[in-house]
Design a binder for this molecule. Structure first.
Ligand SMILES: [Ca+2]
Ligand SMILES: [Ca+2]
Ligand SMILES: [Ca+2]
Length: 494
């Protein structure tokens, strides 16, 4: 009697768990696939036999596999049976659904399969007749599907788990993308050596509002240079919303924080590595990926500073932009001509003053410098910087702050080239770029100033808002407001 009671309990438990889970009847279903380098009948995935399969050899960008369920079905899970396939699971795929096999809309899933008997793809509830899988990365591995089942399961929380897709490189193995979202700082996704063009896509399953991306990383495995893209549909990525260099912040929060000037509301994030580490064993790891919406009242939020060299973690470049006078970037080497820093303000800014501070470090000002401007982020070597727009002399004395007064410039990126020689480092505890044209922007009753024109005292027009330089002197400036009204006054350009 005791024994029978136990069996009844087990049955009741199993019945409760699976009560509402349904595996759809596959009778009459039809599968098709891209023909190039794919083999065996696609319909082998419906014959209830794991000895028969469809396969693609090897996985290639643009390959697709499509299921026609013959009538609209409601489902939220796809199970790819890959029993005994020896690791031939899909490395990175996007899944689309449709009712006419023509309009596929936005991807409903972007991620990777699993190195296991099954790859389980969880979705928000979908009602559609067609399902299409698209391969996102080239890979020397095959993709085999032994059986494909579509299910409607009761657990509506599963689909919300973030997923990741990633590029594959021949001969390199890595850890699974899901390790980026498992809440465990010790588990990670990683590449082998850093290569320009490596990428990872995160599918956050629904649009998230964020202005900061945090990549919690493994020791020194941060991306040496990156570009960030966002998308609603995993197809249209537009241009990069952030470019920068990864950081090793060390300590208890060894993360790369990517601050975004514009707050985003997007579902997909793609991070592209743009650095090549050559033969050195420099991996790219993401142990945890997260996004945040944070307060950003600091006007330099999202700005990045690239430097020719830094002394070490304690002298990292970002510390010249951290609003803390007691932290600094330090070059680590004595001043010689050709040293450089590049500030990326992420969007075009109008400014007429650059300030560099040194907290308690005398003599670490640049002993001569040239300033270059660009509206694009360029490498130091790029000739596109053109001529220097300003040449600064050695201040010739120990100062604690260098104030560079400039004509009103407009640009996104500023390169400062050091042209002097000194036995000390080049150090910056805070780098400020501001627009303080004494009395120009004080007027506000007519709304924002949308344009300016400059005239000399003889009334000859000498420039407009986007001028690159004005010699020292007194000018008449005409400010044109949004409202269409304008205002004229005298200014002094030092
Ligand atoms: Ca089969
Ligand atoms: Ca992890
Ligand atoms: Ca600082």
């Amino acid at each position: 009697m005791k024994h029978l009671f136990f069996i009844l309990l087990v049955c009741a438990f199993a019945w409760n768990v699976n009560a509402d889970d349904v595996t759809l009847d596959r009778t009459g279903w039809d599968a098709t696939a891209s023909s190039d380098e794919t083999y065996e009948s696609p319909n082998n995935v419906f014959d209830s036999n794991t000895d028969s399969e469809w396969r693609a050899a090897p996985q290639k960008v643009g390959q697709w596999f499509m299921v026609d369920m013959k009538a609209p079905q409601t489902f939220n899970q796809i199970v790819l049976d890959q029993t005994g396939s020896g690791g031939d699971y899909p490395r990175s795929i996007a899944v689309f659904v449709s009712n006419d096999a023509n309009d596929w809309g936005n991807a409903v899933f972007v991620g990777s399969g699993k190195d296991a008997a099954e790859s389980v793809i969880n979705l928000d509830d979908q009602t559609a007749q067609y399902i299409k899988f698209e391969v996102l990365t080239n890979c020397d591995m095959w993709w085999k599907i032994k059986e494909l089942n579509v299910r409607l399961i009761d657990d509506k929380t599963l689909w919300k788990q973030w997923t990741g897709a990633t590029i594959w490189q021949n001969g390199i193995t890595w850890n699974e993308t899901k390790n980026m979202f498992d809440g465990d700082n010790d588990s990670r996704w990683n590449t082998s050596k850093q290569r320009s063009g490596q990428w990872v896509i995160v599918d956050m399953k629904e649009p998230q509002t964020f202005n900061q991306i945090q990549l919690f990383q493994n020791g020194g495995d941060y991306p040496r240079a990156y570009e960030v893209y966002v998308s609603d549909n995993a197809a249209d990525w537009g241009s990069a919303i952030a470019v920068g260099d990864g950081k090793d912040f060390g300590g208890t929060d060894p993360s790369t924080f990517i601050n975004l000037i514009e707050t985003q509301q997007k579902r997909f994030v793609k991070i592209v590595q743009t650095f090549d580490s050559g033969d050195s064993d420099m991996y790219w790891s993401i142990n945890e990926f997260s996004v945040h919406a944070i307060e950003n009242t600091e006007y330099r939020f999202g700005w990045t500073l690239s430097v020719f060299n830094q002394a070490g973690e304690g002298d990292a470049a970002f510390q010249a932009l951290d609003n803390d006078i007691n932290t600094r970037w330090g070059s680590g080497v004595v001043q010689e001509p050709g040293q450089w820093i590049i500030l990326d303000m992420k969007k075009e800014q109008t400014f007429n003053k650059i300030t560099m501070n040194w907290a308690g470090v005398w003599g670490d000002y640049p002993h001569g410098y040239k300033i270059y401007l660009s509206n694009e982020r360029l490498s130091n070597d790029s000739e596109a910087w053109g001529e220097a727009v300003y040449i600064g002399e050695n201040p010739g004395t120990d100062i604690s702050e260098l104030l560079i007064d400039l004509p009103l410039f407009s640009a996104r990126c500023i390169k400062i080239e050091q042209t002097g020689t000194s036995g000390g480092w080049w150090t910056i505890s805070e780098l400020q770029v501001t627009d303080t044209p004494t009395n120009i922007v004080a007027m506000s009753e007519n709304g924002a100033v949308i344009d300016m024109e400059y005239y000399n005292l003889q009334g000859v027009r000498v420039g407009a808002r986007l001028i690159t330089a004005l010699p020292s002197g007194v000018y008449i400036v005409k400010q044109i407001y949004e409202s269409g009204k304008s205002h004229v006054q005298k200014i002094l350009v030092k």
